[in-house]
Design a protein around this ligand. Structure first.
Ligand code: G3P
Ligand code: MG
Length: 250
């Protein structure tokens, strides 16, 4: 067991569920994560044409469903017809694109949920039912505000969340570029819970500086045991992995 800065053991976050062994971002993948005892599951959320929140990583349907084209071009009902499991393995045929509500209902009382809001869902005009507002409403509806972390690569989404009145889930800043002081400045501005960088950008200096500011460092996506150990030696507080089963007990 590795003693962390914030905790006695690393926080292992099931990235898109147990996406190494199940079709990513499906109820099967999330149920497997819960069964494996994952403390937190990560999912990607975006808007349908009729403004519902659905759980899918890509902006297009082509890679992970039997549909074609933009997710945002279809209604929830149309998306519900698609198969989101067959592409991974015919054994998972019949898996659907879940709604955010379905995943919250599944995880409630069993695991924390990291809702990553896709950059492409950002709306400059900030409608009252913008994706980030709907995510907060959903967390409140399921009484999961304390069990949810909302992350995004889009700082404008995070700034809007930080400015909302009432109970708001913890916030996390996602980055995919080499560490810069501005990343921590944004975390401080937002009172963020964590900084979530691509693992290759983690440095000792980053971890030390983040911890000095009371911010966790949770890199993505770590699927190799030696890499996980090296990152933990740098002091990270956990990591996202496609295979929480394979890395269990680290
Ligand atoms: O939230 C961590 C990770 O999911 C960010 O990248 O592209 O896998 O959503 P991506
Ligand atoms: Mg993600």
């Amino acid at each position: 067991m590795v003693e962390g800065f914030f905790r006695s053991h690393p926080l292992i976050i099931a990235h898109r569920g147990v996406s190494a062994r199940f079709p990513e971002n499906t109820l099967a993948a999330f149920a497997a994560a819960l069964d494996a005892g994952a403390e937190m599951v990560e999912l990607d959320v975006t808007l349908t044409r009729d403004r519902h929140l659905v759980v899918i990583h890509d902006d297009t349907l082509d890679r992970t469903t039997d549909g074609r084209g933009e997710v945002a071009a279809l209604t929830l009902s149309e998306l519900g017809q698609l198969d989101a499991g067959f592409w991974f393995d015919p054994a998972f045929s019949g898996e659907r694109i879940p709604t955010l509500d379905e995943v919250l209902a599944l995880a409630r009382g069993r695991a924390q949920v990291n809702i990553e809001i896709k950059v492409s869902a950002f709306e400059p005009e900030a409608p009252t039912d913008a994706v980030e507002r709907q995510a907060v409403v959903a967390a409140r509806r399921y009484a999961m505000v304390d069990a949810v972390v909302i992350s995004s690569f889009e700082p404008r989404i995070l700034r809007r969340l930080a400015a909302l009145a009432g109970a708001v889930p913890r916030l996390a800043v996602l980055t995919e570029t080499p560490f810069a002081q501005s990343d921590l400045d944004l975390c401080r501005e937002l009172n963020a819970w964590s900084l979530n960088p691509g693992w290759s950008f983690v440095t000792q200096a980053m971890v030390t500086a983040a911890h000095r500011d009371g911010i966790r460092v949770l890199p993505y996506t770590v699927n190799d045991l030696d890499l996980a150990k090296a990152l933990l030696n740098m002091g990270v507080d956990g990591f996202f992995t496609d295979d929480p089963v394979g890395l269990a007990g680290i």
